[in-house]
Design a protein. Structure first.
Length: 261
């Protein structure tokens, strides 16, 4: 169709459009099959020890007339105005009703702008992840396998963690513990048994988990009540914090994050 008339600066935060070479693309509400996995993927990637910045639906200005918002963006940088610049890693969730032509265009535009990898999580049929990289054939990973992103992520990401709640919960908790210097939860317990030396560092891990819950909730626009924030900030159970973290990434309302224990 050639170059369209619109530029990224004409869109505002919250507008339901992306731009492709100056042409507006309506972004419909996410279906029920994709809304939960989107949050799970953000939780797993945002908590990776090497990740400094990740976002949900982050607007990336790829060119004057091209603005794209991947479901999850990792390693993006602020731009000159409202919109960020291309992310190092982008994740798209493809569920029922996916516009395949637009998805192909979006992948190409992200890669052309400098994104190193685009992961497409396929939710229809056998769940799987396609890895798109400039100059390489598309690779497909199935449940039971893991994907790496050298230089962006420290840890391999289990494919299941991008759409399965239990797997995402486990991967996110492992990431949070590693951020505090622990290999896993058993290492936390072992250190606590050795003359109480683990008390300070375990509190650090708890603090990291609490902060992650609040950060994920804020990224998704969930406004927690003062009472719920106090429960999070005073919780001393790692397992409970892990459950709340997954809820913060998946529920539709703020009162569902802590509600129910």
């Amino acid at each position: 169709m050639g170059q369209g008339p619109f530029v990224a600066e004409q869109l505002r935060t919250g507008d339901p459009y992306e731009l492709s070479h100056g042409h507006p693309i309506y972004c419909a509400p996410t279906g029920s099959d994709g809304t939960g996995p989107n949050g799970l993927g953000f939780s797993v990637l945002d908590t990776d020890p090497a990740v400094v910045r990740a976002g949900v639906d982050t607007g990336l200005k790829l060119a004057d007339g091209t603005l794209r918002a991947p479901d999850v963006a990792v390693g993006f940088e602020d731009g000159a105005g409202t919109w960020a610049r291309a992310a190092k890693l982008a994740v798209e969730y493809a569920g029922r009703g996916q516009d395949e032509a637009d998805l192909r265009a979006k992948i190409e535009e992200l890669l052309d702008a400098g994104t190193r990898w685009v992961w497409v999580v396929r939710l229809v049929g056998l769940p799987r992840v396609e890895v798109h990289e400039r100059g390489s054939a598309v690779r497909t990973f199935a449940k039971g396998q893991a994907i790496t992103a050298p230089g962006v992520l420290q840890n391999p990401v289990p494919v299941a963690a991008l759409f399965d709640r239990d797997a995402a919960h486990e991967a996110s908790l492992a990431n949070l513990l590693q951020r505090r210097g622990y290999a896993d939860l058993d290492a936390v317990r072992e250190e606590g048994r050795e003359e109480g030396r683990g008390e300070g560092r375990e509190e650090g891990a708890l603090a990291e988990a609490r902060a992650a819950i609040l950060r994920v909730g804020a990224a998704r626009g969930l406004v927690l009540s003062d009472a719920d924030r106090r429960r999070i900030e005073t919780c001393v159970e790692v397992a409970m914090l892990g459950r709340w973290l997954v809820r913060a990434a998946t529920v539709g309302a703020a009162d569902e994050v802590v509600g129910g224990g």
